[in-house]
Design a protein around this ligand. Sequence first.
Ligand SMILES: Nc1nc2c(ncn2[C@@H]2O[C@H](COP(=O)(O)OP(=O)(O)O)[C@@H](O)[C@H]2O)c(=O)[nH]1
Ligand SMILES: [Mg+2]
Length: 373
Amino acid sequence: MSKQQSVKLTDYVGFDTIAAQIGKKIFKKGLNFNIMLVGESGSGKTTLVNTIFSKNFLESSGRKQAAEKSRKTTEILITTSVLTESNAKVRLTVIDTPGFGEQINNENCWVPLVKYIKDQHVAYLENEIKPERERVIPDTRVHVCLYFLNSGYRGLRQIDIEVLKRLCEVVNVVPVLSKADTLTVDEKMKVKEKVREAIELHRINIYPQPNPQDDQAEIELNNKVKKVMPFAVVGSNLTYEEDGEIIKGRKNPWGIINIENKDHCDFVLMRDFLLRTHLIDLVEVTSYKYYESFRTEQLQHIRDMRGAQPAQTTQQAQQTQQAQQVQPTQPTQQAQSANPFSIAIPAQQAKSPSFTKPSVQSSRKYISNALSK
Ligand SMILES: Nc1nc2c(ncn2[C@@H]2O[C@H](COP(=O)(O)OP(=O)(O)O)[C@@H](O)[C@H]2O)c(=O)[nH]1
Ligand SMILES: [Mg+2]
């Protein structure tokens, strides 16, 4: 019988340095942060990511000269950059996706996005079940999907509802109302309200979702964030001087929009939310919620398959026996080891040199097949 007791130490022994020790490890190793951008071409996706990280490391497809045609992203484009700030290192991967609403038939436009997200789960699972796996599994799983709403549509379209629902099943989704400078203050409030209503009405599970482990401070913070969403943002890395101060903004004939002024837009709120308060949570939720449910589902399938295999082979053996009037086959030999991916196989087959034992490859094939169904 084990006993658990609560002991308050009187002398300082020093394990309150745990947070610093973990921080040091993470700093040394670096953290993977993978962001997917979804929205129409020209909705300001590239500009916003460049603005969040204060660096033009992604090339905008917008026009550089008036006569130039706007270039569009036509396939999933992945850019990885290692960003450093003080001692911290973040391996940032931006997954840019082709624009929405631009195909003749947009019915299944969410399919390649969901497939990409699930493919990363497959890759991670394959790495996990390798007999000799890497010490640190490369994490390409999408931690957050920024969904860009076109401010011109003044709410959610049917296609947005459909795509958001599908995405929320597999990834943390944060809706963004981009180019908010094109809306008046009143219009902005109304559009936000409409979007929130639609999200509630259609039960779209955008991030953050309630977690039983959240403490009071986290619950309050998440409630505040939900009241602000969708973040109405303006993107720009251009700087201007205003009243002797250097500000980041967009210049119009009637004045300059200071993107870091909370009265002008939610840019700072969104950046703080993504980088300062919720980055680790986004990574963790991806792992324990989305990846975990995918993993459980896949392992359950494999276990079911293993369970179904002996019955099938015995039945097949009986059929063969009746048809050919030959000696019964040897009893089924079950490949039962500690490995949950081993599948029961008939003894005859097991002896055959041409038979490949269920391996990581077969699990891989199985997982890929299961996903394409
Ligand atoms: N008015 C306004 N224009 C923006 C904003 N963000 C980006 N743009 C402009 O919109 C065009 C397309 O931006 P881009 O980031 O390439 O869009 P993407 O195709 O979604 O990646 C560019 O000319 C940008 O300068 C914004 O917040 N407000
Ligand atoms: Mg772009």
